[in-house]
Design a binder for this molecule. Structure first.
Ligand code: G4P
Length: 524
């Protein structure tokens, strides 16, 4: 019997909004046997959204702010699909979610190619060498030329590609897809309908195809298959698992071309839970003792109970319900008596979970993003990033009797990772830092709905924020007092330098060579 970590495949889908992530998620759950009817992911999302006022924003704007985890069993494996919010304004949360997966599926719209958000997310995956399987989606619509797309992906991302499943025709001429690795031709009984037929062939020269594909198109397709099999890299497991090479499947999530092939590929080639770096040593998933880190905290998931759920990725050991785990930051033991896991349609209290799984720990604000839990060992997992905010605002509080509520709202929402808060050296108003402009609306509306405090924002003359570090404490102190008007402190008390422009930042860097200015900071 495989050990529990060998059975897990934990992955996320990365894409630009509208490329088809929701559709693919639904189809993976459907073909993975987790839901009976496609269309339930959205329905479930809407039900959940209706529960909380602030989520109206996402409803109105048609975006998904929350990220959750979907677990299902398929082919004797446990698949954990971590949902990442797709809108570019919520990228920080998305980035952190990517620290909790072992591989990713990159969805690209066949008519658009690489788009901005895909590229950003890909860069995060690359930083961590996360292996990627590519789905070129929407081949049933008018699409760019197959080679043009492959070359664009390869060149823009500097990633080797190994095409495995290619389209035969696109748009109104879409006949199906051909698997060049095993000769299977995926098609439909009736042209234009969803995939419902596999024709086994001996290769793209097989005469069987002559009856199934229109003459002119078949000729072009054969040429394409031949070029594709010689013009790109051969699949190499090691190279994929190291994040250098991506197998590519062309398909249509809407018409069921791709989802089953993706499930098979994940089962076959996607890596099992990886080892996790920590402050003192690397923790391997086969270790007996339980350890994990929190990559996301979601507050007020249910507005009737002021609950929060901390999402913890288990890095090692077999977790059992009711276990006592040490929260390393506070050195306190926490009894995890009602851990939850998220199945396709529900969340349920779970009794056990293994490496690679994500469990939700309900709490009242005591657990933070970046927290490590162990069975007593004093180690902290590293690598969870905080990002330099790109938007800075001073918080204005019209009703000054609400200072306490404001502090609580800002601290809670910062803990959740929605915003970053800074205390200026000079003056007393809080400064907030955000990665996307849309978060301002979310912040305002949640502060009102959940903490009863109305807030406004004032622009600052500063446009960028970077963390400061210096080997020599005295030098850092001197720098801070010489630049008091530009320095604020984050929640952890770390100094942050605010600059009006890139020019000012470069100038300050040049004049202070001993000081390190950082765009990201590891939370631990
Ligand atoms: P996202 O989560 O990445 O933002 O994308 P989503 O799945 O919501 O898909 C965006 C739109 O693209 C949806 O249409 C969806 O039906 C469509 N779509 C997804 N995959 C395919 C595909 O393979 N082929 C075609 N032709 N369309 C696809 P919509 O009209 O905006 O939404 P809906 O009303 O259909 O839900």
């Amino acid at each position: 019997m495989p050990a529990s970590h060998e059975k897990r495949r934990t992955f996320a889908i990365i894409s630009h909004p509208d490329a088809g992530k929701t559709t693919l998620t639904e189809k993976l759950l459907y073909f993975g046997g987790a839901i009976r009817m496609a269309g339930q992911v959205k329905a479930r999302g809407e039900k959940r959204r209706a529960k909380s006022d602030w989520m109206k924003i996402e409803q109105e704007r048609g975006i998904s702010v929350t990220s959750s985890v979907m677990t299902f069993e398929h082919k004797d494996l446990i698949f954990n699909l971590l949902d990442t919010p797709g809108h570019e304004d919520f990228s920080e949360d998305t980035y952190r979610t990517l620290t909790a997966v072992d591989s990713a599926i990159m969805v690209i719209d066949a008519s658009k190619g690489i788009e901005a958000q895909t590229r950003k997310l890909f860069e995060v995956c690359r930083l961590r060498d996360i292996p990627i399987i590519t789905l070129v989606n929407k081949c049933d619509r008018e699409a760019k030329d197959t080679f043009e797309l492959l070359d664009e992906i390869q060149e823009t991302l500097a990633l080797d590609l190994s095409p495995m499943v290619l389209p035969i025709g696109t748009g109104s001429n879409f006949h199906g897809c051909f698997n060049i690795t095993n000769g299977d031709y995926y098609t439909s009984e009736t042209r234009g309908e969803a995939f419902d037929k596999i024709v086994e062939t001996t290769g793209f020269d097989d005469e069987k195809l002559d009856e199934l594909v229109d003459g002119q198109l078949l000729e072009e397709a054969r040429e394409m298959m031949e070029l594709a099999s010689i013009g790109y890299s051969e699949f190499d497991l090691e190279s994929y698992q190291e994040g250098h090479l991506s197998p590519v499947i062309f398909g249509s999530a809407l018409k069921d071309y791709g989802p089953t092939a993706l499930l098979d590929l994940i089962a076959e080639i996607a890596p099992m839970p990886r080892s996790a770096p920590s402050t003192i040593r690397t923790v391997t998933p086969d270790e007996k003792k339980v350890s994990g880190f929190v990559f996301k905290v979601q507050a007020n998931m249910d507005s009737n109970h002021r609950d929060r759920v901390a999402f913890m990725r288990i890095c090692s050991g077999d977790f059992k319900r009711g276990m006592k785990l040490r929260q390393v930051r506070t050195n306190k033991d926490v009894m995890v008596h009602s851990p939850i896991m998220f199945f396709a349609q529900d969340r349920e209290v779970v009794h056990g979970a293994g490496p690679g799984d994500v469990i939700g720990i309900p709490n009242h604000g005591t657990i933070r993003v970046g927290d490590t839990f162990t069975e007593g060992e004093n180690l902290q997992f590293t690598g969870l990033p905080a990002f330099a905010p790109e938007i800075l605002r001073r918080v204005r509080l019209p009703d000054t009797t609400k200072v306490k509520q404001l502090r609580r709202a800002l601290e809670d929402l910062a803990e959740e990772g929605l915003t970053q808060v800074f205390k200026p050296n000079i003056g007393s108003n809080w400064i907030i830092g955000l990665v996307g402009i849309l978060q301002l609306d979310v912040l305002k509306s949640r502060a009102k709905a959940e903490y009863g405090v109305e807030i406004d924002f004032e622009p600052l003359t500063f446009n960028m924020a970077v963390w400061l570090k210096c080997e020599d404490d005295a030098k850092l102190k001197t720098f801070i007092s010489a630049n008091a008007g530009n320095v604020v402190h984050d929640r952890e008390g770390s100094p942050v330098f605010l600059a009006k422009s890139q020019w000012e930042l470069d100038y300050t860097k040049e004049r202070n060579p001993d000081i390190i200015f950082m765009k990201t900071r590891e939370l631990v």
